[in-house]
Design a protein around this ligand. Sequence first.
Ligand code: DC
Length: 230
Amino acid sequence: MDINHISVIAIDGPSASGKGTVAHRVSGSLGFHYLDSGKLYRLVALVATRAGVDLADEEVLADIAEHLNVIFKDKEIRLGNEDVSDIIRTETCGNGASRIAAYLQVRKALLSRQRAFRRNPGLVADGRDMGSVVFPDATLKIFLIASSETRAQRRYKQLMEKGVDVNITTILQDIRERDARDSGRSVSPLKQGSDTSSIDTTLLNITEVVNEVLRQYTEICAKNSDINEC
Ligand code: DC
């Protein structure tokens, strides 16, 4: 079967826009596979940092990306024999990921790995360039937006609930820096394409956003009966 007929819902947006939670819930609701592409960049940053690699050394970083020995199993992410699911969520890994994600060679090395997630019955993928680069023919392309203050509040609440002592001003500053880096890079910058549907989540809760994505997907499927598994 031509894999290009397998549905993909691409959900892009800035840090802390809620895209991970939304994408995960949409995939659960449709019984689709799920790709959190940021995890791949975080994994490269983790391996590089542990190996003492300079995060400006594009060639070595691309080599690490090419040879990542990672297994995604349910909620667990294994690097070799180690479960790294928690450690890659840290802000240190997130910032490292944002830095190394600016390199074309690193992005190229991760491309086929991401595309391999496109399997029946369908895929929901989240990141920064899912609709623009990785799955340009996605069935539905969503771009989530929310003010930086709202995103900082959400992240603050999340971390406090986990018992992590954090400062909201630092979080807001971190989010703004990450936005500037992710949107300002020359390679696959975070930006809304003309073929995406934007959802401003500032005043919406997760369920409302999930329902809106599902509504748009159902609408597209109703118009295109040839889309697989709609
Ligand atoms: O979504 P996240 O916070 O886990 O992503 C971490 C970093 O990885 C983010 O700051 C930018 C980068 N990234 C990217 O450039 N392209 C993607 N498709 C996903 C993440």
